[in-house]
Ligand binder design. Structure first.
Ligand code: IDP
Ligand code: MG
Length: 136
């Protein structure tokens, strides 16, 4: 079993898609080990996305991520990290495969509805950025 960190981003929370996306999480065989709804601050968003701090979209991205509520999740499954990335689809919804969450729900490359960690090390860092040990 492996853990990954996932989010339902503000664009999807705003459009009442929490239930649909959580259903998909369960259908894909993930165990939900941690779950909470937060309205992150701009500073928290900047810290979370610090790897992208030199990118031209950094300010817009962190403004958007702090513009409303986000669902934070720790998901557990065999091969959780790569499986969740497959279920989400490509970063840009226009390039995402049919049947993926980003293809179905994403509005733009920025407002792409979900997040998923990309590697074992980042998954562990991202989980501890948002969750304390007793929450998972
Ligand atoms: P990922 O979420 O698929 O791992 P990353 O490259 O890590 O994609 O980018 C993090 C987030 O930043 C994306 O999910 C998306 O919300 C936003 N983003 C990425 N590239 C762009 C862009 O070119 N323009 C605007 N926003 C972007
Ligand atoms: Mg990423």
């Amino acid at each position: 079993m492996q853990k990954t960190f996932a989010m339902i981003k503000p664009d999807a929370v705003e459009r009442n898609l929490i239930g649909k996306i959580l259903s998909r999480v369960e259908e894909e065989g993930f165990k939900i080990s941690g779950l909470k709804l937060v309205e992150m601050s701009k500073k928290q968003a900047e810290g979370f996305y610090s790897v992208h701090s030199d990118r031209p979209f950094f300010n817009d991205l962190t403004a958007y991520m702090s513009s409303g509520k986000t669902v934070l999740m720790v998901l557990e499954r065999e091969d959780a990290i790569s499986h969740w990335r497959t279920v989400m689809g490509a970063t840009n919804p226009e390039e995402a495969n049919e049947g993926t969450i980003r293809k179905e729900f994403g509005e733009s490359i920025e407002r792409n509805s979900t997040h998923g960690s990309d590697a074992v090390e980042t998954a562990s860092e991202e989980i501890s950025y948002w969750f304390s040990g007793f929450e998972i």
